[in-house]
Design a protein. Sequence first.
Length: 496
Amino acid sequence: MRTSGILLPVFSLPSPYGIGCFSDEARKFIDFLCDSGQSYWQILPLGPTTYGDSPYQSPSAFAGNPYFIDIDTLCKEGLLTSEECESYKDKCPKGDKIDYGFLYRTRHTILRKAFDRFAPDENYLLFEESEKYWLGEYCEFAAVKEYFGGRDMREWDEEYRSPHTSQSRKLAEQLIASINYHKFLQYEFMKQWCSIKNYANSKGIRIIGDMPIYTAMDSVELRCKPELFLTDREGVPAFVAGCPPDSFSPDGQLWGSPIYDWYYQRRTGFDWWIKRMNRNAELFDMVRIDHFRGLESYYAIPYESKNAKNGKWYPGPGAELFDALQKGCPNLNIIAEDLGFITDDVKELLSRVGCPGMKVVQFAFDSMDNDYMPHNYIQNSVVYTGTHDNPTCMGWAKSVSQDELKLASEYMGIDKNKIEDICRGFIRLAMSSVSDMCILPIQDILMLGDETRINVPSTLGGNWCWRLNKDYTKCGNELKRLTAIYGRDNKKGKGK
């Protein structure tokens, strides 16, 4: 079945509270997807963020981002007053960029007011029981981190870096109110997100989530389960993750995430991975695995390295992991992010797993011999005009080399000087391709420039902060028309 959808991070949804959240604006966007014939809403990871604000560097593989909790819903639940909501709303920045500093300084103040009025009920107790395999450890980690002023775990007093010391246990007892507060946040996150997902599913819209392959160095997993990673006796990682140097990054990419101990993971039957994937299967209808190639072989960089030049490739778990996941998580539907340095071994693993890989139209025109040329696509794939790591199509057309622009315009039969036509052409290439699924970033549908770009890889600051302030619904009829022309209309949609 040919389908299509839109990529829009939750944080980019319109909101009067400084960041997109699980609000009526999310339901309005779902209505737009339905009315324009779409089948999917693809989002970015929903985990908490810390320094750098990247959703791909989360302190937990299981927890949710409390910034996404809708303030108005808390008011409807009687946990906040309308006066408190209006007062906070008046203080929130109204521009087209998220001010994470403001959120860090202010959001927990109003959320704690809601917690002070919260009375645990049966639903909360059921949540606490069902999520106990991760909830307590994470909430203790969050409370201790708060106790140390939000500093990186490596900067805490040494006796508190492990949860198993007598000092850590005593501190956890002292911080019980803070721990319970963070449990409340996770409960509200889960309750509100499930409401959004259920609404989407009722409209015939499926949610595509995004799972980072790694966790952050400053994470509950490294604190509570260091055996998951390659570490020394003190719990210090031997290696960190990244990508080798290439034409785009001469020093490579140093992500700084700890590397998994795959020998340990195998001995435990990949139990942690099965729990993690089941959690994702609960949150989403499909899951995009970021950096899929790292599961075939991974690039490990010595811990103290200043760049990624000195890393080496090592074999990953490969098909063994996916065989375990198939048995332990039968409801999992995967999209493989198979971009970048892809070898025949990675292609073989992708074929063995059977899940779709990704095609990106923007990558097609650096040469005539290119797998990303739309005529080279296969049905079992997901095509994008660009991803969250790319320029927008308008940005691409304004910044790319003249040779690439010439090839793209000749391929589409378009005047290379008509930038908007190039952008429209990319959308048509993606929609008309043989790929079973087509996902378009909302910026490309609205033909927005690079001021709306989500992320520039290997840079810090200015990323993950774009907010959608335009009336996107005006493009709904044209999107529905294109979706129907190319046979991707959601026949189950409730729209007119």
